[in-house]
Structure formats: structure tokens, C-alpha cells
Design a binder for this molecule. Structure first.
Ligand code: CAA
Length: 400
């Protein structure tokens, strides 16, 4: 039976996230955004509310909620600011949920539990200066040396690079396969900030998500125990792709929060601003922009809810998640563009939040798989060039 009703648990987690967004993000975000500064106390607030492990099972230190709850938290955080959602997305969507699906019991004990409790912060490192969409184009290597691997390389555009304690790093363990671009030569490792040879830095001058920490991770002869390899040596690329099924979902859900923020700001402005002696809400072209925002919001929610429903069932959802990510981020860009337009000259300054929404909306059409990649994936499914098949381990579904 299809059910569009949120459960009491969903409403509870939604209201907790809404309260944090309103109390911790909204009042100070303009200043943090202006200064390009990250607010570490937001992580403390998320930790105190137990949200850092919202959909990690209780036995691994989480709240044991489902994937819809994960999406609802993203939506509420991004309503206040994209950077707040990004912090949460990379920690849980890209890292912790991947450990849940692929890590050994020992790794879960050592890394997942502290992450779910918010005691340790985590992120994900696939992208490099020379490889984004082309994930097989990464250059980072991990050479076997007895019981260890020696990692060398650089990751770039990494959210929380300067903040996280733990990184999921993708590297070539088979140099012959690297030459042949055979993805089965890529492996996945848990790397700690404290490991010798790890350095990080932030990237200045970003267009948007200015209150989020975005940076690089450099690894020079970093010695990583073989116990820190996640999955098997040939599974790194598939692990990265399943991570992205998780991460893209959080981006999609966050984007409907951004659309809702554009709607609310625009409706309020429309009801107060007058031109030609009437509220601008009376102008049909303004109404059209509002209606299009609502269309994106309602349809976008259905898409990520469906992806979340599939995730709860433990069913592969790459196609649905990619569609949700494409549509929701596309609609968020359009909504933010129109929100600025409705605000006229005021939308051009940070006196109103829509200017920030506009800048923030651009990133999501690029990160975690560009709009173009999501489109190509849809076409490839239609043409039969791409088929979803089960992998050895998938991120598990939700068990009540
Ligand atoms: N789940 C499980 N397995 C998957 C999978 C998934 N979602 N996607 C692919 N696979 C498997 C396939 O089944 C296939 O398995 P076999 O070899 O056994 O047949 C294998 O992985 C290779 O898959 P594809 O042939 O589909 O791979 P591809 O080379 O065609 O993929 C691509 C191309 C779609 C462009 C992919 O590389 C991609 O999505 N690129 C975008 C990467 C991206 O989003 N990067 C952003 C990272 S965000 C970041 O790093 C920054 C940060 O701050 C977090």
C-alpha cells in the first residue's frame, strides 16, 4: 500500500531538525556566509540531538530511524542554509551509511559507532584535482607494503576536509589496472586525520556554500593498516558508487528544503511589496514564478520519497536516486533564480536571504554527480546500456 502520511517518528525528527535549523543556523548564517566561515557549534547541536546517526541502527550508536527521516533532516537543514545540510550529508550519507553497508564488524565498532554518536566527524574523498565526474580517472595510489598500504595522492572539493576526523579514501591498489582504467583496481580505505602524512586545507573564494568547510586532503606516504580497507580490494569503485546513491539522496532531499525556503521568502515578499499601487502578488508573471516553485517542490518531494522508500526496502535505487537528484537540484536552481527575480533589486543584496539561496543552488547541480551525468544515466537506462544489478553488499534497508 502506498502511504504519503509521515509517521509520528518522522514528524518528531522533522521538528527536531527544524528547531535546530531555526535556532542554530538561521540567526547567524548571514554573518558566517559573509565571512566564509564554518560554525562548529552546529555539529555540537546535531550531536546533542542524536541526529549525526539518525538512520544508523541503535546497535551501532544511532537513532535507528529510516531513510525518509534522513531526507527530512536534510530538507529542514537546507531550508536554513545549504552548508548545514552539506555537513550532515557527507558525514552520514556518504560516510556512515557506507560503513554500515560495507565495513567489517571491527571497523563498525571502531569507526561507525563514534561517528553515529557524533563523537567523530567523517567525510568522503573520491574527487581529485584532475578527476571529478570521471571517477576512474583518480590518480591516488595505495601500494601494498606487508600488512599496510602506502597512500599517495590528493583529494579535492572535499566537504569537511579541515574538520573531519575520518576520511573514506579511494585509491588504486592495482597499478596495471590503473593504466587500463579498469575500475576493479580501485580500493577503499578508512584514513584518520591523525595518520602521519595527512594534511588538509580549505578552498577560499567559493561562489556558494560559504559557511561549509570545503577543501583538499593531501596524502604523502600515509601508512594505512590493511585492517582499514573497506570491502575487498576490487570493490572500491562499487563502494564509491553506492556511497553516491546515499549522498545524492541527501542532496535531492536538501534541495526541496531550499525550494521551500525560496517559496516562503517570495510569498512573504509578494504580500508586502507594492508596484503600480498593488501587491506584486497580483501580477500574473509573479504568480507564474511562484507556481513553478511549488511544482518543483511537490514533484521533487515525490521523487526523493520514492527513492527513500526503495532504500527502506533495501532495493537498489541508483536510477531513482539519480532522477531525484537531477530534478530536485534543477528545480532548486530555478526556484532560487526566480526568488531573486521576485525580490527585484533587494534580491541582489544579502539584505534578503534569496541572494544566498541563488549562490548556494548552483553547487548541487555539480557536486555528487553533475546534472549532465544524471541525465546520461537516465538515457542509458532507457537504451539498455545501463542495468542495475545486485552487488555483494548493498547498503541495507530499514528494519523496524
Ligand atoms: N551501486 C552498486 N554498483 C554500482 C553502482 C551502484 N550505484 N554503480 C555502478 N556500479 C557497478 C556496476 O554494476 C559495474 O559493475 P561490474 O564491473 O561488475 O559490471 C561497475 O560498478 C562499473 O559501473 P559502470 O559501468 O556504471 O561505471 P561507469 O564507469 O559507467 O560510471 C559514471 C560512470 C556514472 C560517470 C560514474 O563514474 C559516476 O557516477 N561519476 C560521478 C562521480 C561523482 O559523483 N563524483 C562526486 C563525488 S563527491 C566528492 O568526492 C566531494 C565531497 O565533498 C564528498
Amino acid at each position: 500500500m502506498i502511504d504519503f502520511e509521515l509517521t509520528e517518528d518522522h514528524k518528531m525528527v522533522q521538528s527536531v531538525a527544524r528547531e535546530i535549523a531555526a535556532r542554530k543556523v538561521a540567526p547567524t548564517i548571514r554573518d558566517f556566509d559573509r565571512k566564509h566561515e564554518f560554525d562548529p557549534t552546529l555539529i555540537t547541536a546535531l550531536k546533542e540531538a542524536d541526529l549525526m546517526g539518525v538512520c544508523v541502527p541503535e546497535k551501532y550508536g544511532g537513532m535507528g530511524m529510516d531513510y525518509i527521516s534522513l531526507g527530512l533532516v536534510c530538507e529542514e537543514l537546507e531550508y536554513a542554509d545549504t552548508s548545514a545540510r552539506v555537513i550532515f550529508s557527507v558525514h552520514i550519507g556518504l560516510n556512515s551509511m557506507t560503513l554500515l553497508g560495507w565495513a567489517s564488524e571491527e571497523q563498525k565498532e571502531k569507526y561507525l559507532i563514534p561517528q553515529a554518536k557524533g563523537e567523530k566527524i567523517a567525510t568522503f574523498g573520491l574527487t581529485e584535482p584532475g578527476a571529478g565526474t570521471d571517477a576512474v580517472g583518480i590518480a591516488t595510489t595505495a601500494d601494498k607494503d606487508g600488512d599496510h598500504y602506502i597512500l599517495n595522492g590528493e583529494k579535492m572539493w572535499i566537504s569537511l576536509a579541515d574538520v573531519a576526523d575520518n576520511f573514506l579514501i579511494f585509491a588504486w591498489t592495482d597499478r596495471d589496472k590503473k593504466e587500463k582504467r579498469d575500475h576493479s583496481g580501485i580500493s577503499c580505505f578508512i584514513v584518520e586525520r591523525e595518520f602521519e602524512g595527512v594534511t588538509t586545507g580549505s578552498i577560499p573564494g567559493k561562489l556558494g556554500v560559504r559557511a561549509g568547510n570545503t577543501g583538499w586532503i593531501a596524502m604523502q606516504d600515509v601508512k594505512v593498516s590493511k585492517e582499514n580497507m573497506v570491502g575487498e580490494p576490487d570493490e572500491g569503485f562499487k563502494i564509491a558508487m553506492t556511497c553516491l546513491d546515499g549522498g545524492r539522496y541527501t542532496v535531492a532531499a536538501g534541495s526541496t528544503g531550499l525550494i521551500k525556503a525560496c517559496i516562503d521568502a517570495s510569498v512573504e515578499y509578494c504580500r508586502t511589496r507594492k508596484t503600480f499601487e498593488t501587491e506584486i502578488s497580483q501580477h500574473q508573471l509573479v504568480k507564474e514564478m511562484l507556481a513553478e516553485m511549488e511544482y518543483g517542490y511537490q514533484a521533487g518531494r515525490l521523487l526523493w520519497w520514492k527513492a527513500g522508500w526503495l532504500k527502506n526496502k533495501g532495493v537498489r535505487n541508483t536510477r531513482e536516486t539519480a532522477m531525484a537528484k537531477w530534478f530536485c537540484t534543477d528545480q532548486a536552481e530555478k526556484a532560487a533564480y526566480n526568488a531573486v527575480q521576485i525580490h527585484g533589486a533587494y534580491g541582489f543584496s544579502d539584505e534578503y536571504p534569496v541572494e544566498r539561496f541563488f549562490r548556494n543552488s548552483k553547487g548541487a547541480a555539480i557536486y555528487e554527480g553533475t546534472r549532465e551525468i544524471q541525465k546520461l544515466m537516465q538515457a542509458d537506462y532507457l537504451l539498455g546500456f545501463r542495468k542495475d544489478k545486485e552487488t555483494r553488499l548493498m547498503v541495507p534497508g530499514y528494519e523496524e
